[in-house]
Design a protein around this ligand. Structure first.
Ligand code: MN
Length: 507
């Protein structure tokens, strides 16, 4: 294992042109060697594309062999001469740092600051509606979602083709607007199923519309400034019901997200999106997610396993697809490093802000580790200055569990350990723990249904699927023994004259 993040902190990015959409994001990446590759080699969106990227850059919770790698643009997608498919844009913390103008190690703090300084979206004129350069209406002869857009099938076991990075925008007349990424399985020429994990805000809006017997108008926005999807991944309590997460992208960029009116539904769309699907979630209609394939599986989920197909999902009736010229369909392969970035960095920011409020200055860094897809495992850097802080470290873990209910395991380390370097964290667990006193387990707490151990089948003491033991691994040094745990001091030497070819940074 090597360090997750090896690029220098404090990278100067001030003279970069701003990122305003997916295309300007890709332009920026071309200036960083090894961050974006493209291929003209023909690829089948059905299982082949994801299979290629698994070898090139999926990483994270994906079965080996896989690796950290570049984002990848497929220019020649079999059967779709007008489309390109991009995968892996956020599949590296270093790349996310480049895209969000931040040293990778400080992305937690960067996101935390954006949440504290949100800037809501604005309506822009039709002349700025790049997403409507090309309009396909469902009433056009021969309209077919399946031939217009190359939705990838990630594995041969999947229920069907999915839009995996579709940012759904929905609103409620009383509660406000919400944006969230949901898995969308193509079901027919003008229908998709939509899966909501329990408690998702747009699902609450949808329920209210359904109770009133109304179709629920939505836009599905794909191919965006990466600040938008990562900002949309915050969850309650950081972004409570009715909080429009587009304001976090506004906070990240210092510029509001531009919205335009949809062409066929009473809803807004993101003006600079590559692709927008407009439609309605129909009241009182449900389909089995795998009705066309009967595979029993949905698509690979973030923990690295194939999720089950849902027997009964709401249906989106598509009314239009609007795109930019020669649009880019952005996707992800399901699990992997891209999920860790999208889910984990906002999780870090939520934990960081809560700890900063409760225990100012005590926890100075948080990493939502890729082994848990950015959800199950967090590592907290604690700064103990007195014996009482032995207790505050454990209190910090309890606060983190409180802020983020899907968190399962927390490792506490001191500030002389690099939380982004798994080898260093494991070192702390070997030399700074006696496990009969340093592991604290809290049984049968609400967790996440997609972890296969969180089930009464695994542990009969669990009351339901999605409940779990939660564990604190306290790898911090007891304060009164601090002197015993000083790491060996090497002389700090500038290594560059000795190894100029390594392009080392110093200090
Ligand atoms: Mn929300």
């Amino acid at each position: 294992m090597t360090a997750q993040v090896d690029s220098p902190d404090g990278r100067a990015m001030t003279d970069e042109p701003p990122i305003t959409d997916l295309r300007t994001a890709l332009e920026r990446l071309t200036r960083y060697p090894g961050q974006l590759i493209e291929t003209d080699h023909p690829v089948d969106p059905a299982a082949e594309l994801a299979g290629v990227y698994k070898r090139i850059g999926a990483y994270g919770t994906v079965a080996r062999p896989t690796r950290l790698g570049p984002a990848m643009m497929f220019n020649s997608v079999t059967g779709y001469p007008d489309s390109r498919v991009l995968v892996g844009l956020m599949a590296s913390r270093e790349r996310v740092g480049i895209l969000l103008d931040s040293p990778p190690r400080l992305l937690t703090q960067r996101m935390a600051e954006a949440v504290r300084n949100p800037q809501g979206p604005v309506l822009v004129g039709a002349e700025e509606a790049l997403c409507q350069q090309v309009i396909h209406r469902a009433t056009d002869p021969g309209f077919d979602l399946r031939t217009l857009l190359p939705a990838p099938t990630n594995t041969p076991d999947d229920a069907g083709p999915y839009f995996c990075l579709g940012l759904v925008l929905g609103s409620d007349p009383e509660l406000g607007t919400d944006v969230t990424i949901h898995r969308l399985c193509v079901q027919s020429h003008d229908e998709m199923s939509i899966f909501f994990a329990p408690g998702r805000h747009i699902d609450e809006f949808r329920r209210r519309a359904e109770a009133a017997g109304r179709p629920f108008p939505i836009s599905i926005n794909m191919g965006l400034d990466p600040a938008i999807p990562i900002g949309a991944t915050f969850e309650a309590p950081t972004t409570p019901l009715g909080y429009d997460e587009l304001a976090i992208a506004g906070g990240l960029r210092g510029t509001p997200v531009g919205l335009v009116d949809c062409v066929t539904v009473e809803q807004k769309a993101i003006a600079r999106a590559e692709i927008v699907i407009e439609g309605y979630i129909l009241p009182d209609v449900r389909v089995a997610e795998d009705q066309n394939t009967h595979t029993g599986h949905a698509m690979p989920e973030f923990p690295g396993y194939n999720g089950p197909a849902n027997p009964s999902l709401p249906v989106i009736k598509v009314t239009a697809i609007t795109t930019r010229h020669h649009p880019i369909l952005q996707t992800l392969v399901g699990p992997g490093e891209e999920h860790t970035s999208l889910a984990g960095i906002p999780t870090e920011a939520s934990i960081y802000n809560a700890l900063d409020a409760a225990l100012p200055g005590f926890v100075t860094a948080v990493y939502a580790h890729t082994a848990g897809g950015g959800k199950f495992l967090s590592i907290l850097e604690c700064n103990k200055t007195r014996p009482f802080d032995d207790g505050r470290a454990r209190q910090a873990a309890l606060i983190a569990f409180g802020v983020y209910s899907e968190l399962k395991n927390i490792i506490l380390v001191d500030a002389d350990v690099d939380i982004f370097d798994t080898d260093d964290v494991l070192w702390a667990m070997q030399t700074r723990m006696q496990n009969d006193i340093d592991i604290i387990t809290i049984p049968a707490v609400a967790g996440h249904v997609l972890d296969p151990t969180q089930s009464p089948a695994y542990n009969p003491a669990l009351p339901a699927v999605g409940t779990t033991a939660k564990t604190i691994f306290d790898a911090t040094v007891p304060y009164h023994l601090k002197a015993t745990f000083e790491r060996a001091h090497f002389t700090d030497v500038d290594p560059r004259p000795y190894a100029p070819d390594l392009n080392l940074l110093y200090p």
